[in-house]
Design a protein around this ligand. Sequence first.
Ligand code: NAD
Length: 252
Amino acid sequence: MAHRADDLASLLADADHAVVLTGAGISTESGIPDFRSPGGLWERYDPMEVASLTTFVTEPERFWRFHRPRIDGLAGVEPNAAHRAVAELERRGIVKALVTQNIDRLHARAGSPAPIEVHGALDRGSCLRCGAAVSMDELVARADAAEDGVPRCACGFPMKSGVVLFGEPLPADAIEAAHAEAEHADVMLVIGSSLLVAPVSELPALTLRRGGRLAILTESETPYDEMAEVRLHGRAGEVMAEVVAALDRRAA
Ligand code: NAD
């Protein structure tokens, strides 16, 4: 059965503890390509290779040639209607927590108070050898100052951003918080994720196992489609703006 934004609004309005889980698809309307859609990054690179710990350690120049445009690309982008709608639902107390796989900080910039960033974020630089941390501005300044484009720590080791690389462990605090929220959720709304990347792909199963309900808003299919109470295929920004409008109508 085809669902509409009204169905999602009803599900959210009836929830006691709605949790939103987002992926790269929520940011494509801001101009940031996802991995798997046509034209996505996966078609041009193998991120598992270039964005890996092994490449960072063994070929830092190559790593930074791929990574630097990701950082620079954020300068010209803005949160879109979907990021704003999620922040508004949090402000209204309808959504209690937000878990994101995205590293782009657009949720925070849209006003989400505490996104749980399970893949880290482009918000700082750090040294894997001595643990030193620097701001994003400082990280970029060091990359600009280096002939090979690789920012270096005072200890001499190449620095990385706060993004979790393939081959690195996920931040334990964020993963623990995401699990706790998924288990507590009576509604989980997934926006813009193919739900193919573990361990985030396991979160909807935790919600379902505890008797919670699932809503999915993504363009492509996901492994959970049959289990979703509400399944929407539209564009995240348009649909989420409609959901907020439908909630306004219910409240009027
Ligand atoms: P994915 O690329 O696997 O899936 C994206 C999903 O969003 C697909 O289902 C696609 O159909 C859907 N989609 C694309 N545009 C949409 C739109 N406008 N409205 C609704 N749905 C839309 O992404 P994923 O599940 O997040 O997993 C891939 C990994 O990519 C994650 O680990 C994430 O960290 C990383 N990533 C992040 C960014 C970012 O921070 N913006 C960008 C690229 C990749």
